[in-house]
Design a protein around this ligand. Sequence first.
Ligand SMILES: Cc1cc2nc3c(=O)[nH]c(=O)nc-3n(C[C@H](O)[C@H](O)[C@H](O)COP(=O)(O)OP(=O)(O)OC[C@H]3O[C@@H](n4cnc5c(N)ncnc54)[C@H](O)[C@@H]3O)c2cc1C
Length: 306
Amino acid sequence: MISEMALQTIRNFAMEQNILLNEPMRGHVTFRVGGPADCFVEVCDKEALRKLCKYLKAAGIPYFVMGNGSNLLVSDAGYQGVILRVQGGMNEITVNGTCVKAQAGATMAQVAKVAMEHGLTGLEFASGIPGTIGGGIVMNAGAYDGDMSQVVKSVEVLSPDGEFWTLDNATMEFGYRTSAVKGHAYVVTEAEFELTPGNPAQIKAVMDGLAAKRREKQPLEFPSAGSTFKRPEGYFAGKLIQDAGLRGFAIGGAQVSEKHCGFVINTRPGDTTAAEIYALIKHVQAVVKEKFDVELEPEVIFLGEF
Ligand SMILES: Cc1cc2nc3c(=O)[nH]c(=O)nc-3n(C[C@H](O)[C@H](O)[C@H](O)COP(=O)(O)OP(=O)(O)OC[C@H]3O[C@@H](n4cnc5c(N)ncnc54)[C@H](O)[C@@H]3O)c2cc1C
């Protein structure tokens, strides 16, 4: 519950229509489950973001920064605190020669498209990943042999002390679906990509080919958060889950996709609970551990009480 005084302060940094109270999170995440956030704020500029983070930290009010919610499982009890969503309001993209700069709220698809239109190659892999630049940088999002670490020149972050820092690629310490800023109270505000001149038609053909592959292999017709688990060293999560006999296994409306066992999907949006998805994730981990002695680590991030 957010106090009236806290709300008054939040109103100084965000427009009334961008502040939602008791807001169901299921409408803001691709899994389409999740209870209410005490307060949900759509952040439209980085100075407002700085002031909000600074105030919430000083006031001891829990807050969480999200992008497009495409890698989040929010609990049925929701989130007690303030969700700061960095998305459509902070989505400027500029191109200067072979360098593309994008604010954290731009989607990876938008930035990849702008790069393609300017005849710049390197971001094709990101065109089908349904997250923001902020989420993509934090997670070092990647697909089809590409990832953010290969094209990022620098990243602007808001430090826990409320200062803007520019970190170069090496300082970002990108790893498999991780980076130095993951889980460390840094907020990504902007990223700069160094790309290579290419042919727009060829770049588009590559993107179209990757999109077709996704449609063929992934259960895009169901809500999900993409691959539920990280790839364990030396294995493929989907293959292990399939070999464990879990294809199609369901708990309530949560199901191991029949099309791609690496995806846990929501087969009954509006009815499925986050608890069912969570229970299924735990079950899959336990069965794979028992059968193959492999620990599956979730790629999905859990928010709230489970
Ligand atoms: C159908 C589908 C397919 C997918 N395919 C892929 C794929 O091929 N490759 C891949 O890597 N991922 C994939 N994903 C997962 C997801 O799209 C990525 O992890 C993406 O990077 C998440 O971005 P987001 O903006 O949605 O972040 P969110 O889900 O909103 O947040 C994810 C994490 O990033 C943090 N975060 C978000 N924005 C910021 C910010 N500005 N500053 C600081 N922290 C921030 C959040 O706090 C959270 O910890 C897929 C998901 C779906 C639903």
